[in-house]
Design a protein around this ligand. Structure first.
Ligand code: SF4
Length: 196
């Protein structure tokens, strides 16, 4: 009698290729894989060190397996052991490899000066210093300590000239620290695309 096979078992077996161990597992589930093994041409399976990871795209946090060889990422697929996605990935998550390994990816900060028509490269240190400097200048120039509400003057200690918008690739810990920093400096307009 054939055993029921879970989606996780199926994906694990599929992802691992039909090794001797996998074939034995499939056989244990009630399938005879010998004919299909004989008919299947040998295909090259990407082999390397498998590193468990998490999809960087959204707050669902699907598990991934990143395969690395010679210090380079050669494959990214769903992690069948993750209880969240059980080996599956949505189309966006399935394309994560192209996010990490892509000749079109910008690897330098681009800066366009006021009124300039061309973008120039800027070092990350320089860009971070500039952002920090502009943030401080804007905060200091727009910090409101007290405001009148009706007839009453209230302490607000806030800045309405700066807003913070986070992206879905920012993880929980980063979001936590980020909103702490924003609130500590008086920024009250804080939002994240993933709404966490
Ligand atoms: S983008 Fe897709 S694969 Fe990635 S965590 Fe979100 S739902 Fe999962």
């Amino acid at each position: 009698m054939a055993h029921a096979i879970s989606r996780r078992q199926f994906l694990k077996l599929s992802a691992g290729g039909m090794s001797a161990v996998a074939a034995a597992e499939v056989a244990g589930l009630g399938f005879d894989v010998a004919p299909s093994q004989a008919a299947t041409p040998k295909k090259q399976v990407k082999q390397g060190k498998e590193v468990p990871s998490v999809c960087p795209y959204c707050a669902v946090g699907c598990g991934q397996i990143v395969t690395v060889a010679d210090g380079k990422i050669i494959d990214i697929q769903g992690n069948a052991d993750s209880p969240l996605n059980e080996g599956t990935l949505c189309p966006k998550g399935a394309a994560t490899f192209q996010l990490a390994v892509n000749p079109h990816r910008w690897t330098k900060v681009k800066y366009r000066a006021p009124n300039a028509t061309e973008w120039t490269d800027m070092s990350l240190d320089e860009a971070m210093d500039r952002i920090a400097q502009k943030f401080k200048e804007t905060r200091d120039a727009n910090f409101i300590e007290k405001t009148k509400i009706g007839e009453e003057e209230k302490t607000v200690n806030h800045v309405l000239a700066i807003a913070s918008l986070g992206g879905a690739t920012i993880d929980d810990e980063w979001n936590y620290i980020h909103q702490k920093l924003m609130r500590a400096t008086g920024v009250v307009s804080i939002e994240n695309q993933a709404r966490i």
